[in-house]
Design a binder for this molecule. Structure first.
Ligand code: ADE
Length: 403
């Protein structure tokens, strides 16, 4: 059955410049699937300037799914159009909307070859280097030096500082300018090296925003000198910190565009080349363009363990409730992807304990400063929680301390 006129109207106002001819898109294997959506890997011809073929991720609604789901995807598409580009957000590349009336809607986004952080962390649990000094509880970057953990890239020629690229400070952190042993790898090596982590893929960096304009020349710094378990380079505390910082930056951008995410969780953060993480899945996102900062959600299933106390109680979502979820994400990262509130059900009892002031303990691999930060994200009054700007500043400083 086709959509009614009201439903169509709701779908329509959409900038045609994003329309991508479906003939130039080839679908591959399935990357993920949810209750109503499927994400497929794909190859798109001439979707990114200067690149004949680009590996992409294509989001669509399952056949026979009901109207709400296609509307949710259409709304996600509109949010992405409104949002614009940022390094730490999975960017929109195009959409096929011609057959939306027949419930066919394809949303084409950047492909992130290492998949989501939750699975990535689970796969690397046996390969983690805890850089916390057991005596002081503080980060000690010299721990694990024998592994050459640095996965940063030289950024010597980056002069662009437009809104699509990170600030200089960010650039300095993520692409530290240290070309000690600058050995350019065969591109395939980059794929092989973390192959247990992601799918073996075309090895072009997928990040159109920054890497395709040649502003950053990746230089291979790793000498691969450690004896890595299973030949996979370990992850370390500094990686967790770098990812936390980038998520805060991405969320700071979302907040500045007046978009709330509503489902921030490690499963919705993807890892891309060059250790860049990107926030995805705006399925529950809402734009707050109508002056009110708060949005009430309908009756859809909700991620209780990631939700702020006021969101559980009243279904009120705001940038401040995203900050609470960010605190849970920090807990997930520094526990190497344990499920929050271990041993507890996501139910009324959890809610009542939260009201009584109960909060999770520090996760196993968390430095003191990070536990402090997550605790602030879980303050009961929404306005007492730090802003994403404050969070990225604090995390940026912690990351600098480790350099
Ligand atoms: N799974 C869901 N979205 C994805 C993306 N953009 N890249 C890789 N895997 C994904």
């Amino acid at each position: 059955p086709e959509l009614g006129i009201d439903d169509q109207a709701e779908l329509l106002p959409y900038d045609k410049k994003w329309e991508f001819p479906i003939e130039r898109l080839k679908l591959g294997k399935q990357l993920g699937s949810g209750a109503f959506g499927v994400v497929m890997k794909g190859e798109a011809k001439n979707i990114v300037d200067g690149e004949p073929v680009t590996t992409v991720a294509v989001k669509m609604v399952k056949k026979n799914a009901d109207n709400t789901y296609i509307k949710a995807l259409a709304s996600e598409l509109k949010i992405m159009v409104h949002l614009g580009k940022h390094l730490n957000v999975v960017n929109l590349l195009g959409a096929c909307t011609k057959n939306v009336v027949k419930r066919e809607l394809l949303v084409i986004v950047e492909y992130c070859r290492y998949g989501n952080l939750q699975n990535y962390l689970l796969r690397h649990r046996d390969n983690f280097i805890n850089q916390i000094d057991p005596k002081t509880g503080r980060i000690d970057y010299t721990i694990g030096q024998e592994y050459d953990l640095d996965r940063t890239y030289s950024n010597s020629s980056d002069k662009s500082n437009n809104c699509h690229s990170p600030s200089m400070k960010y650039a300095a952190l993520t692409f530290s300018n240290n070309s000690g042993n600058s050995m350019l790898p065969p591109q395939s090596q980059m794929g092989d090296y973390r192959s247990s982590a992601g799918t073996q893929m075309t090895s072009l960096p997928d990040d159109g925003t920054v890497l395709s304009n040649n502003s950053i020349q990746p230089e291979w710094r790793s000498n691969y000198k450690g004896d890595y378990k299973g030949n996979v380079k370990p992850i370390c505390t500094k990686d967790l910190l770098a990812w936390s910082f980038q998520v805060a930056r991405g969320m700071e951008y979302l907040a500045s565009r007046k978009v709330l995410h509503g489902d921030l969780a490690a499963r919705n953060i993807l890892l891309s080349d060059n250790n860049i993480v990107k926030i995805c899945d705006f399925g529950l996102a809402k734009s707050m363009y109508k002056s009110d900062n708060y949005k009430k959600q309908g009756d859809c299933p909700l991620p209780i363990k990631w939700m702020a106390i006021e969101s559980i109680r009243d279904r009120i979502f705001s940038t401040q409730s995203d900050v609470w979820s960010f605190g849970i994400v920090l807990w997930e990262l520094f526990s190497l992807a344990r499920t929050p509130y271990p041993g507890m059900e996501a139910d009324e009892r959890l809610y009542h304990k939260l009201v009584e002031g109960y909060r999770m303990e520090a996760p196993e691999y968390s430095p003191k400063e990070i536990y402090q930060l997550m605790s602030e994200c879980w303050l009961t009054p929404p306005l007492s929680r730090p802003s994403f700007g404050k969070l990225s500043e604090t995390l940026g400083n912690l990351l600098e301390d480790t350099l």
